[in-house]
Ligand binder design. Structure first.
Ligand SMILES: Nc1ncnc2c1ncn2[C@@H]1O[C@H](COP(=O)(O)OP(=O)(O)OP(=O)(O)O)[C@@H](O)[C@H]1O
Length: 288
């Protein structure tokens, strides 16, 4: 067997620097595409596409003409269907590409403390709140449904936003790093079927947004004064102040550039007792 270096030189024989650059750029684009979809519903579809492509390739290799013709036709139509189905994600991806660098996406420890303090106070007073923290998926289209702001995250400001009778208390607030960028926003509602049918609209809006994006969405229940995190389409358990800080630290505020989003678990934190998040909850509403 030839040594690895000579194997590499044989493989690269005839390659020009331009070809290497070409391959590196394609690898970079694929990696960036992966970063955009990981943590969103698109990742499951991506897996489905890979299985589909695998079967198609096998059909081609094995010369199964009818199957390969059929899959080829479905693939062409499926491509258009995907564009329609994932229009929000595609828009978000383009928005991300066009986003100017150097904008304040950094999140400091002070912001974390202020956010957690505001959540605790809102929960103590049973004031309902809904806060989405942007990570890789831009939340611009949801921010556009509310009132645009540009304010530093501070506990008094967040409390004032959600105070009863405050003009922007209805709807969700969006944070980008240490900035509050919008309030009074409309988030996409989880359909309220299956596990989450017993929840009210605030919680279902949190779950819905976390299903479509990789945002970390915090909810304070007006009814129970509980604090929870919705992530990747699932609602986590009730948290106390230190658990909330711990979760925020690991999900969002570890690094100033929000890089830890890459380490996001596929599902929200498990119940403290190790029970699954879904189904472990007492009904949030009397309608259960
Ligand atoms: N699609 C949405 N996007 C953002 N906020 C929403 C949305 N739908 C409802 N809300 C917010 O949720 C509030 C209603 O909460 P509701 O009582 O129905 O929910 P809940 O999940 O039972 O929460 P709580 O435990 O706080 O009562 C609305 O006043 C509004 O502020």
């Amino acid at each position: 067997m030839p040594p690895p270096v000579s194997l590499l030189s044989t493989l690269l024989n005839g390659w020009e620097a331009r070809d290497v650059l070409d391959v590196l750029l394609v690898a970079f684009l694929i990696y960036q595409g992966y970063l955009l979809v990981v943590g969103t519903r698109a990742v499951n579809v991506l897996r489905g596409i890979l299985v589909f492509a695998g079967v198609w390739a096998a059909a081609e290799v094995m010369n199964l003409t009818t199957l390969s013709y059929l899959l080829g036709r479905v693939g062409t139509v499926g491509l258009f269907a995907l564009v329609v189905l994932f229009q929000p994600e595609l828009r978000a991806a383009l928005e991300r590409v066009g986003r100017p660098r150097g904008r304040d996406l950094g999140a400091s420890g002070a912001a974390l403390q202020d956010l957690a303090r505001a959540m605790e106070r809102l929960a103590e007073r049973k004031t309902g709140a809904l806060i989405a923290i942007e990570r890789r998926t831009p939340l611009g289209e949801y921010a556009a449904t509310g009132v645009s702001l540009d304010a530093r995250v501070s506990a008094p400001f967040l409390e004032a936003l959600f105070a009863r009778n405050a003009p922007l208390h209805d709807g969700g607030v969006i944070l980008q790093g240490s900035r509050v960028v919008a309030a009074g926003c409309l988030f996409p509602l989880q359909p309220g079927d299956g596990t989450y049918r017993r929840y009210g609209t605030r919680h279902r809006a949190a779950i819905g947004l976390s299903e479509l994006t990789d945002a970390v969405v915090l909810v304070v229940s007006e009814e129970r004064g509980s604090m929870r995190i919705a992530l990747a389409g699932r609602l986590g358990p009730d948290l106390n102040g230190s658990e909330l800080r711990e979760q925020l630290r690991s999900l969002v505020y570890d690094h100033a550039d929000l890089q830890p989003a890459r380490r996001v678990p596929a599902s929200p934190p498990a119940e403290p007792e190790g029970r699954p998040v879904a189904g472990a909850e007492p009904p949030e509403r009397g309608s259960a």
